[in-house]
Design a protein around this ligand. Structure first.
Ligand code: SAH
Length: 251
């Protein structure tokens, strides 16, 4: 049966999409991709000469029209989003509209840019004795952030943080974070993680704004914040030789 597949394209590199996602694109009759961020090379997985739409130039109704008409003609649609579609993907409104029309759909997850950014700097968000929590958030832009999630309040936890959609407001980011984080807190800015023109800045909260401006980074970047970037930590229990678990008996 024909269906709409919401597919996470991954952070950029063509081979960072899942095998399942790539196979669906290969067979799809219609591709709708988020042109502002999805790497166009991903479209070349298609073997069917699919009709291609760039959703950056379309509104929600137009996207839904294409999806509905295609399914009516028994076609398969690959709706391609950047990273993982469950994070700032604006897919819920599409799924709910399809649901209301009785159109079947499925979501194929992807590698989000926040995990790609951690990989780029070769760091682990959840270090024992440092933090066991990752906060994914953003500064409010045209989309509001609920009051209870103000950046300065989230910063109170001193957890590992990944800030999406915020590098263009870097002064505000620093102002809010320094309410609770020390200015010596390590920060990484990863622009276009996994793209050929990936850029990494490692610095501290105190000089973050200056560095971002120096490198002229205004969009498509992750800001990672927290002691996980440079710190002393405890070894994991999972691989401790004295620790037993389901699959291994400790010494
Ligand atoms: N669903 C996507 C996020 C979409 S919101 C995901 O899971 O990654 C768009 C924001 O994601 C950008 O403003 C930027 O903050 C971040 N982003 C997307 N691709 C990126 C990349 N390759 N490197 C760094 N940040 C990226």
């Amino acid at each position: 049966m024909s269906k709409v597949f919401f597919i996470g394209a991954g952070p950029g590199a063509k081979d960072l999409i899942t095998i399942r996602g790539a196979k669906i694109i290969e067979e799809a009759d219609v591709l709708i991709y988020a042109g502002s961020l999805v790497n166009q090379e991903i479209l070349s997985y298609n073997k069917k000469n699919a009709k291609i739409y760039n959703s950056a130039e379309m509104n929600l109704q137009q996207v839904l029209e294409v999806e509905k008409n295609a399914v009516k003609e028994s076609k398969t649609v690959a709706r391609i989003h950047t990273g993982d579609p469950s994070i700032y993907g604006a897919i819920q409104e599409q799924m709910d509209a399809l649901e209301a029309e009785g159109i079947s759909y499925e979501v194929i997850p992807g590698v989000s840019s926040f995990t790609a950014a951690a990989a780029a700097i070769k760091r682990e968000f959840t270090l024992p004795g440092v933090t066991q929590t990752v906060i994914c958030t953003r500064l409010e832009g045209r989309t509001e952030v609920p009051d209870k999630e103000k950046l300065e309040d989230l910063a109170k936890h001193r957890a590992s943080m990944a800030l999406f959609l915020s590098v263009g407001m870097i002064d505000e980011v620093v102002k809010r974070l320094t309410v609770h984080y020390d200015i010596a807190t390590p920060v990484a800015v990863v622009k276009k993680a996994t793209w050929p023109d990936e850029e990494i800045i490692l610095c501290q909260l105190g000089n973050l704004a200056e560095k971002v401006k120096e490198h002229r980074i205004t969009k498509t970047a992750q800001i990672l914040v927290g002691d996980f970037i440079r710190t002393e930590y405890e070894k994991s229990k999972l691989y401790d030789k004295t620790f037993s678990h389901e699959y291994r008996r400790g010494e």
